[in-house]
Design a protein around this ligand. Structure first.
Ligand SMILES: Nc1nc2c(ncn2[C@@H]2O[C@H](COP(=O)(O)OP(=O)(O)O)[C@@H](O)[C@H]2O)c(=O)[nH]1
Ligand SMILES: [Mg+2]
Length: 390
């Protein structure tokens, strides 16, 4: 499953963010537990289910035409300055990030916590510094790994630059970095890898980080943040978020007090729900900030990192292309997240290795036509795989 990590300094709101996204929500999924281990849970990206557009009745997999697809979310311990030197949870933290497909960097946009996460006056800390610091720590950690291998690899390469790059690519495979990316980063930085200074390696790692690990910034605590801070973070591609608001809305809708689907721009009291005066006051405050930003931003950012930054599409396998269902008659039973550029054959392997091995051809259920094996699938495609293995 796709893994997204939440990273940032202590007290920026990571755990609140995590809880709000992994809270078991019976409406959107039947998973009784969403926690894989204390810091790993299941969250969902939201997409439009094709059932409505196709006029299909009886889809039990979506909520009012909205489809929620699971991914894995990791709540990483707070990162403090000099983590790459082992401070705080240091390298343990960074190793967790290594495994993630992408990172949501949670930032306290209100500027009410210092570099270590201690409370300070509202606005006293510039959140832009927090953005830079995470990238720096991560790049320095990566630089440490490169340096650990470099001297030996330089000897092995015997002066041949491409050989050195290939060897380094093998050494960094665990970071999901390959020789092609290293070649591009070396060229972009204009460095001589064999003779690089520590500063050169740092620069190289910043580039490698950018190409190998999609990141997006959550300008969290947007409800308390100044417009100036939000604007400066948005200029870096950040999405304003109110994790505490999202958590309150999820909790209230679990208690059947509200009607709210994650990602909605607004919410409404549930029919017959009796809200207390303090509840109404808190919800009114949340509603005001949501109005300003078009929602709490929490679902928005998860969707954006998965669909735009990593580049995933949603495809639906079916066994009956006329009824859009599986052998049991379940309509649109599965929704798969797959990388942009995936082909029908790759989708067959995703269904099952044997189905992939026995792949014969694929049918587009919308047109009922066979599609080429090399066709690039796109979001919303409903595909019947025909395989010898069945
Ligand atoms: N006002 C406001 N407070 C928030 C928001 N998100 C989290 N917090 C608060 O920030 C504090 C730290 O949150 P926590 O999730 O424990 O941070 P972590 O250390 O990064 O995991 C808690 O008191 C949260 O209630 C938010 O969007 N707005
Ligand atoms: Mg926490």
């Amino acid at each position: 499953m796709l893994q997204i990590a939440l990273a940032g300094k202590p007290n920026c709101g990571k755990s609140t963010f995590y809880k709000s996204l992994t809270l078991a929500n019976v409406d959107i999924a039947n998973y009784p537990f969403t926690t894989v281990n204390p810091n790993k849970g299941v969250a969902y990206v939201r997409t439009t289910c094709p059932c409505r557009e196709l006029g299909i009745e009886g889809c039990t997999e979506c909520v009012d035409g909205n489809r929620f697809i699971p991914i894995e979310l990791i709540d990483v311990a707070g990162l403090v300055p000099d983590a790459h030197l082992g401070r705080g949870l240091g390298n343990q933290f960074l190793d967790t990030l290594r495994e993630a497909d992408a990172i949501i960097q949670v930032v306290d946009a209100s500027g009410s916590t210092d570099a270590e996460g201690n409370p300070v006056d509202l606005g006293a800390r510039d959140p832009i510094e927090d953005v830079e610091f995470l990238r720096y720590e991560f790049a320095m950690w990566m630089a440490g790994i490169v340096e650990k291998h470099r001297a030996k690899l330089v000897r092995q390469a015997q002066g041949k630059e491409q050989v050195l790059i290939d060897l380094l690519g093998e050494a960094l495979a665990g970071l999901r970095i390959d020789a092609i990316q290293i070649r591009e980063a070396v060229d972009e930085c204009g460095i001589n890898l064999a003779k690089a200074t520590p500063e050169d390696i740092e620069k190289l790692c910043e580039v490698l980080l950018r190409v190998s690990k999609p990141m997006i910034i959550a300008a969290n605590k947007a409800d308390l943040a100044s417009d100036e801070n939000i604007g400066a973070l948005q200029a870096l591609g950040a999405v304003p978020t109110i994790a505490a608001g999202e958590l309150a809305l999820k909790t209230a809708s679990q208690a059947k007090l509200l009607k709210y689907l994650p990602g909605d721009a607004t919410f409404a009291p549930a029919e017959g729900a009796k809200l207390s005066a303090p509840q109404i006051k808190a919800l009114t405050k949340i509603a005001e900030t949501m109005k300003k930003y078009g929602g709490t931003g929490v679902q928005t950012i998860l969707n954006r990192i998965v669909f735009d930054e990593i580049g995933m599409i949603v495809v639906y396998p079916v066994e009956d292309e006329n009824k859009f269902c599986n052998a049991k008659g379940q309509v649109l039973p599965d929704a798969f997240l797959m990388p942009v550029g995936s082909t029908p054959k790759e989708m067959a392997f995703r269904v099952h290795t044997d189905i992939g091995k026995g792949f014969l051809y694929a049918v587009d259920a919308r047109t009922k036509m066979r599609i080429k094996d090399t066709t690039e699938l796109k979001t919303g495609d409903i595909i019947r795989i025909v395989s010898a293995a069945k």
